[in-house]
Ligand binder design. Structure first.
Ligand code: ACK
Length: 285
């Protein structure tokens, strides 16, 4: 009776996915360099399915092992992973919880549809939820999960925009190496990631600081640069530059908020606060 089979028993849906004839893919919700995300139904319930572009030549094992580990994640602010399967074309599908209000990125920048007004307390609530979710991933046993790609695209909203849920965590570690060498998006990368590709919990903390700045400043990180090509942004990060702190303004506790953001951007990763500390700090903001 191995650890593995125990985990499988706790998550019957995971194993069963392979035999699912009733996973029905619907419309494409979005595309990325990795593949596409579909709206889908499974046993009549709404789910989201990520379908990777690359063909799964070595079989699904590495990814399946990783998704099985990640499917143990059980937190209200993290998108649940249900399982993986390989379709008839040999592409990997990852089946996950569906979030009905789209991404934070969509909320911030897509003006197409009607959305609830931007409320400062709501933004802080989201960031508190985000900190709690990431703290949970960092505390996972036997090994912590580092998100590696925290940005508004990967933060989904549900429950009438009141709840934020983290998606694409772990950037399914093994998939990340298969995909491209640049996991993460330039603007959200920590300097040590830019300079030496070292991902730790503290590189998530750095990215968290950028997202916190972004929702409070309501501007795109590095909007002030003339050249916003990824390489130009990476260069700026590499030399220790970050978004303009003074763009966070007009809030009652602006001093504290700037202090929190600045602490996430400390160059030495060890000196940045833990996600747990950030969560408790934001609970008081
Ligand atoms: O900004 P969006 O509406 O939210 O468009 C992107 C798109 O798919 C590509 O990533 C949406 N998306 C991703 N994962 C999910 C999910 N689990 N539930 C609902 N929408 C999702 C994302």
């Amino acid at each position: 009776y191995t650890q593995e089979s125990k985990a499988t028993e706790e998550k019957p849906i995971f194993k069963a996915l392979k035999e699912y004839p009733d996973l029905k893919l619907g419309e494409v919700m979005g595309q990325g360099s990795f593949g596409a995300v579909y709206k889908a139904t499974l046993r009549g319930a709404q789910v989201a399915v990520k379908r990777y572009f690359f063909n799964n030549t070595q079989g699904n094992q590495g990814i399946e092992r990783e998704v099985r580990y990640l499917s143990r994640v059980n937190h209200e602010n993290i998108i649940k992973l249900y399982g993986t399967m390989v379709d008839e074309e040999g592409k990997t599908l990852v089946v996950m919880e569906y979030a009905d209000c789209g991404s934070l990125h969509n909320y911030l920048y897509d003006n197409g549809e009607q959305k609830p007004n931007y409320i400062y307390t709501l933004a802080l609530k989201w960031m508190h939820q985000l900190a709690k979710g990431i703290a949970y991933l960092h505390a996972m046993k036997p090994r912590s999960v580092i998100h590696r790609d925290l940005k508004p695209h990967n933060l989904l909203l549900t429950n009438g925009y009141r709840t934020l849920k983290i998606a694409d965590f772990g950037t399914v570690t093994e998939l990340a190496t298969v995909m491209t060498s640049n996991v993460g998006t330039a603007s959200y990368m920590a300097p040590e990631v830019v300079c030496s590709k070292v991902y730790t919990e503290k590189s998530d903390v750095f990215s968290f600081g950028i997202v916190l700045w972004e929702v409070l400043a309501r501007k795109r990180p590095f909007y002030h640069l003339q050249n916003r090509e990824p390489f130009a942004i990476l260069y700026q990060i590499g030399i220790g530059k970050h978004p303009i702190l003074e763009d966070v303004k007009n809030y009652p506790n602006v001093k504290l908020l700037r202090y929190v953001i600045r602490s996430c951007w400390i160059i030495e990763p060890k000196e940045r606060p833990t996600m747990e500390l950030l969560a408790s700090c934001l609970a008081d903001c």
